[in-house]
Design a protein around this ligand. Structure first.
Ligand code: MN
Length: 286
């Protein structure tokens, strides 16, 4: 099932090239009471929502996907958990390019572990990326995004995939510089998730998911998850060895070689096999 959020917080079932408006399925969510637990409420109740979506689908109103505004499929992720330098060829390019390394000795995820990107940076495909420092180097990093469905603490490797709800395309936008990663990558709109969430049953082999990005039609990055240093179950095991995971946590699994700058006016075309494609526009922040 491909589930999206669109327009004025509508819930959609994607049947390309259409979207079925199944917003009524949100009525199955329990009433919220303060304080809200650290989770995304839709993802935490995804099984119930899916059942309702399936029931609504035959009579749901249709729209063309091209005519709607796609929002992030996860509205309130507690965290965006990021894998730094999780592809060897990206390690090599980062070492070689002073515009990325700023003279530092670049290591891999084995030494860095993980970092967090503020969940307030999150936008959907149609919202686009607003460059806050257009005079600095702003890079695209296309990544396979994993959405955690079931929370858990100290999750063992062999059970890790049971905690996955689904997948999306992730863009870990980055302003290069000497500041800490969490600052440079948390600029508003510097986390793009979309175009929708694909439930995990639709992805045959998470160990080999192909993905790519082209900027203005020029291919920049193309790889697949078989080249990850920490693969998806290892990322889940590792992250949960430090902190409990919650429904709606998003893991951006790392970017392969080919990162490069974008400027206002550019269009980033991103694809993840089994998920789909999205075009994301770059503009200057006001
Ligand atoms: Mn990244």
């Amino acid at each position: 099932m491909k589930i999206c959020r669109f327009d004025d917080n509508r819930l959609g079932l994607v049947r390309e090239p259409d979207v079925l408006d199944v917003s009524e399925a949100l009525d199955v969510l329990p009433a919220l009471r303060y304080p809200i637990p650290p989770c995304d409420f839709l993802i935490a109740n995804l099984d119930r929502v899916r059942t309702r979506i399936a029931a609504l689908a035959p009579n749901a109103p249709r729209k063309k996907l091209a005519a709607v505004r796609l929002l992030s499929p996860v509205a309130n992720p507690p965290r965006i958990i990021n894998a730094p330098v999780n592809y060897m060829k990206h390690h090599a390019e980062s070492q070689a390019d002073k515009g990325i390394s700023f003279g530092k000795d670049v290591k891999t995820i084995e030494e860095y572990g993980l970092f967090l990107k503020s969940s307030t940076a999150l936008v959907g495909a149609s919202e686009g990326v607003a460059l806050r420092f257009p005079d600095r180097r702003n890079d695209h990093e296309v990544e396979v995004a994993v959405i955690i469905g079931k929370g858990g603490d100290r999750i063992p490797h062999h059970l890790a995939m049971d905690h996955v709800a689904g997948y999306s395309i992730g863009l870990d936008m980055t302003v290069r510089g000497t500041e800490d990663r969490s600052l440079r990558k948390s600029i508003d709109s510097y986390a793009v998730l979309g175009p929708w969430l694909v439930t995990k049953d639709e992805i045959e082999d998470p160990g080999k998911i192909g993905f790519s990005i082209a900027v203005n039609g020029e291919l920049r990055q193309k790889s697949d998850t078989s080249h990850l240093i920490f693969d998806i179950p290892k990322l889940i095991e590792y992250a949960s060895s430090f902190y409990a995971l919650h429904p709606g946590d998003v893991i951006l699994t790392g970017t392969p070689e080919g990162v490069g700058p974008v400027k206002p006016g550019d269009i980033m075309h991103c694809e993840v096999d089994g998920v789909g494609a999205m075009d994301v526009k770059v503009r200057a922040a006001p």
